[in-house]
Design a protein around this ligand. Structure first.
Ligand code: GLU
Length: 290
């Protein structure tokens, strides 16, 4: 399956920044977001800020406030978002659950989903030779695929998307070129509705990018396999996928991927230390040009 680029000559470009307020934004986020903003500007497009705050256990209001402050300080400027409104409001995912619920019900009634009672521990135990896919999510062994397990009555149910085993999902990345992932090998049946009654990232992101009419998704390379999953959701929902660009992940001096634990490289700390955003952007050189 090959997705077509929707960047047709007359399609107005719409890009997005989709931070999760689970910590302060760091320099790695800023570099990826900068590429998103530059690509959008170069195409005369509209940039949307979406607050991905579905995981209420991990998201905190002070991090939402920090997203606006720190991104503006760094030089970001969006035209639609939670703070400035726009035609696709609301822009907080926590206020968009009816959209996700509708898509979920459609997927369920069209036979794409099945209930699953496996915990993370069950999955690890069921995998004789655990092999994580590229994004570290183990390939689901299919325990609940045919029927719910006998011990399921007392367990919480999540809902999984049944992937077409053996099918190659391919797409052309705007930076990395041709990408192929085999369903059932590189990634397995994935959760679209969590056992705690929260829509999962894959579903929420797909529904939002479609309803917000995003034409190009620019994000970190850790989400390459998720793009393959999301292409399956677009197809199941009868939606056209956007174009995709995945940016290299920033690492620290020890070669470790930057994470929200790298506090010294958070935009907040850099700002407190008086660093100049302009100088940091120049240090990236051409890496992030559109
Ligand atoms: N909110 C997601 C994250 O912070 C990004 C999702 C995306 O860009 O698709 O990892």
């Amino acid at each position: 399956m090959e997705n077509r680029s929707p960047e047709l000559p007359n399609t107005p470009y719409r890009g997005r920044l989709a931070p999760s307020p689970t910590g302060y934004m760091h320099l790695g986020h800023a570099r990826t977001f900068w590429e998103a903003q530059e690509r959008c500007r170069a195409r005369g497009g509209t940039l949307i800020l979406r607050n991905e705050n579905l995981d209420q256990a991990r998201c905190r209001p002070e991090f939402v406030a920090a997203i606006f402050e720190d991104l503006h300080w760094f030089g970001f400027d969006w035209q639609e978002g939670p703070d400035c409104g726009g035609p696709c409001a609301p822009y907080h995912q926590s206020q968009r659950v009816t959209f996700y619920r509708d898509a979920f019900e459609r997927l369920k009634s069209d036979g794409f989903l099945y209930p699953c009672v496996c915990s993370r521990k069950d999955i690890e135990a069921a995998l004789a030779a655990p092999h994580a896919s590229d994004d570290q999510e183990p390939v689901y062994p299919g325990t609940c695929r045919q029927a719910l397990r006998p011990d399921s009555a007392a367990r919480k149910i999540s809902w999984r998307f049944r992937v077409p085993d053996g099918e190659t999902i391919s797409f052309t990345d705007g930076r990395l070129g041709g990408q192929c992932f085999v369903a059932g090998r590189d990634f397995g049946d994935f959760v679209v509705w969590r056992h705690d009654n929260v829509p999962a990232y894959q579903l929420a992101c797909t529904v939002d990018d479609a309803t917000m009419r995003i034409t190009e998704v620019v994000r970190g390379a850790d989400l390459l396999v998720s793009t393959a999953r999301q292409i399956l959701l677009y197809r199941a929902l009868g939606l056209e996928p956007p174009a995709f660009v995945h940016c290299p992940l920033m690492t620290d001096d020890a070669g470790l991927r930057l994470s929200k634990r790298h506090d010294s490289l958070s935009l907040r700390q850099l700002r407190i230390r008086g660093e100049s955003p302009q100088a940091m952007r120049s240090a990236w050189g051409g890496v992030c040009s559109g």
